[in-house]
Structures are given as C-alpha cells and as structure tokens.
Ligand binder design. Sequence first.
Ligand SMILES: [Zn+2]
Length: 495
Amino acid sequence: MDKNNLVDPINLKTIVDFALRKGFVYPGSEIYGGLANTWDFGPKGVLLKENLKQAWKQHFVYQRTDMLELDAGILANQKVWEASGHVSAFADLLLDCKECKSRFRADNVIEDQLEIDVEGWNLEKIDNLISGKKMTCPKCGAKNWTKVRFMSGMFETNRDKINNSVNILTEILGKIKNGEIYLNSEDIKNLQDKLETQEQNRIYLRPETCQAIFVQFKNILNTERARLPFGIAQIGKSFRNEITPKDFIFRVIELEQMEIEYFFDPEKDNWETLFDQLLETMQTFLTQKLGFNEKNFILFEHPSEKRSHYSKKTVDILYNFSFGFKELWGLAYRTDYDLTQHSKFSSQDLSYSDPQTGKKLIPHVIEPSVGLDRLFLATLFEFLEDQETRIVLKLPFNLAPYKLAILPLMKKDGLKEKAEKIYTLLRKKGVKCDFDDTGSIGKRYRRQDENGTPFCVCVDYQTLQDETVTIRNRDTMEQKRVSIDDLEKYGTVGN
Ligand SMILES: [Zn+2]
C-alpha cells in the first residue's frame, strides 16, 4: 500500500458506502426500518469474516502446540457475572439532554468539554461538576441535563415467561382498566414475590467471551491433561448495551470476539517475557498473516491509573482508522484475578497441580482479545484502494472472498455453457469462486476488482478448441493463457 493512504486513510463514509453497495454488510432488519446499530454480514462479508477467523485460528491455535479451543454458550449462570464483577461494575454513565432528548455517555462529554477524567467518581460529584461548569449539549447547545445515572452494559433475558416484568405490568394495567385501581397489601406482596422470582431467573447475554474459559478451566485440565503454560482460544458473540454505538461496525451492540486466555505459573515463567511474545505474535499476525502495513498500527500502553485494578499491564494495538488511531486489539496481564474470583464464588477448587512437584497454584493469565467486527473494518480500510480508473479491494489471497471469477466472454455460441461447466466443477472441488455473465467483460473485471477477487477467468472461443482460458491478475491486470486444468491450483494456492 502506498504511503499516501497512511497520511489520509479512505474516509469512513467511502468504506460504509462500499461495504453496503457490494454486499459485504447490510443494515439489520432494513425492510422494517432497521434496528439502530445492528448490521448483518452479506454473502461476501461472510466469506471475508470466515477467512479472518481461519487466519486467526491457524496463527494462534493450529500452528502451535500449546493451544486448545472452547466454544461456550452465550447464556450462563447469573453467578458467572457476579463473580466477574460485571453485575456490579459493568455500567456506563448515562446523561440525557432534556431539550433535544439526545443521550450521551457522561464521561465522554465531560472529557471532551472539560478535559476531566471522572473515572471512579460518584454520581453526586459528577452532577455537581456538570452544573457547576455549565456543560452544554453537543447536539443543541442547551444546558438542561438530567441527573447522571448508571446504565448496565449487559443485555438480559428471562426464561420465566409467566413472571416477566411485561406480564406483571400488563396485569397491573388490567386491574387499573377494570376499575380495581386499589392494590391491597396482598396484591403488593404478590407482585413483589413475582419480581423477586424474575430477578432470580434473569439471564444475561454474555458481555465478553473470556469468562467461560475460566469457568471451564477445571474441565479442560481434566479432560485434556493440559500442562502449563497453555492457552485456551475462543471465537464467539458478545453483547454490550452501548449508550452511543458509532462508527459503523467499529462499536456495535452485538459483536464477535476472538480471545485467548494464556495460563502460566508466574514462578516458572516470567510474565513480561510471555507478554512480549504474545504482543509480537499479534503484530506478526497483522503484518504477515493479513499483510497489514506495520505503519498503520501503533502500540498504546494504558497508564496504571487507567488499568483495571487486577491488571498489571495492558497494551492496545491501535489501528489507523479514518476517525483516528483506535483500539483494535487489547493485551492484558490479568494475574490470577479471574480464577480466584470464580473459585470464591463457586466454592470450587480451580487450582492447578504441578505434575512434577505436586505444588498447587492458581495460574496467572495473559489475555489477547480482538473484536472480529473491528478487524473486518480495519481490513477494508487497509486494502480498499481508489485508483481513479478503478476501485480495488487489494485483499491478500487468503482473505479474498472469491479466489476466482468465471466469466464467459459472450452468452452465446456455447461459451456460457462451457463457463458454467468450469464453474460447477471448481465449486465441487472446494474452490471459492464466483460466476458472472452480466454486462461487458470490462465491467465484470471492475466488479471483481471491487470484490477483491485475485483472478478473473475469461472463457472465450479458443477455450472451445483447446481447453485453455485467459486468466487476469487483479493487481497487475496482466493476462495470460492457462489450461483449464491449472485453475484449481490458482483457486487454492494463488498461482
Ligand atoms: Zn440537546
């Protein structure tokens, strides 16, 4: 990628327009007017996303001897989130403008306008700050705020269909409508009991995937005879009730995470060495596996006062998005905090016994955590090029949704049928390929350049005579004649 793109990355609007127009991403439930900040991945988006996952798995799991995988459920016992601290602490500071009804994260507005970090402050202190400093609404300029309050960052659901709060409220409304406005003490007691049951039946959609790895730690030790140091990797969906989701798929309420918990004995392995090795592996993944330019990311170490209290070191890889260098990947040394918490809350022994010495310990853990949606967005920023005469998604071969596109020169004279035959055969052999017979051949080449397809295969009159085709290279636009038999190789290894 040339350096001009480093100074001035393609803007977000171009990326969004491109992704929507080409079917990489669709707005969620669009025909019903959508649901704010939800997105669906279209046919090419699915393939690109899958390729990113496979690259990650190969790099961090399959090519190593110290990694195992887990695929845990989205729903878990409520106690998991009490132990992890999410129930009490995973909340955002909510602030509404009474004039224009816009909703903000209080800490963001305060930091933008007053340059004060309110982390750890209580609500009263923040309210006093806002009224004292006459903070204005970024949308309408008014100074008419609600009080600051906490909003849980977790989505929840409830298995108890009878006693959910909607039904309880419906029952109360029914009583009011029927003229039974007065609730006697028995009614109130009844409602309180129901609400309490609902409280107990509450189920959270997981806000992060990693907790299941700690919860299943003992089972994995037992069934896999795992020896420290080793890692457990997991890809899965998480849900976060963000107040202000923004920047397309950068900050979303439903996200996919790729996380690893790397367990070790701090007396045997130096944590700083392991930390540096993992950070190195993450960077190698971006530059070598995905072909990112190293100038497009920088490292940011969290200052100690900004770190979670249990973390001894946190470094983020920030990517050069058009809206600034923003967090792509976090690496955190979480000590033995999580396993200790789950031991306490579950009253189970989650320690590890050293097979040589018999020493028991709670392993320490280092966590690399990346959002797949963000990585997807970074990939579009990294490889989309506007070359004036054409737009090219210059994806490396392993990331390209389709490796080949089969294009009959004409629809007539049996060329279409021949091309379809080749297409069907390649699909059967597992080659990811596309077929297109709509529009001029030049138009179809451009279309495939935008899809990121490395090779276009043109089936022409000569094909009918000697079983050869023209193959066109996306990046050099060079064309050459190859045998149909060679196409499988082009479609699986690139040339
Ligand atoms: Zn306002």
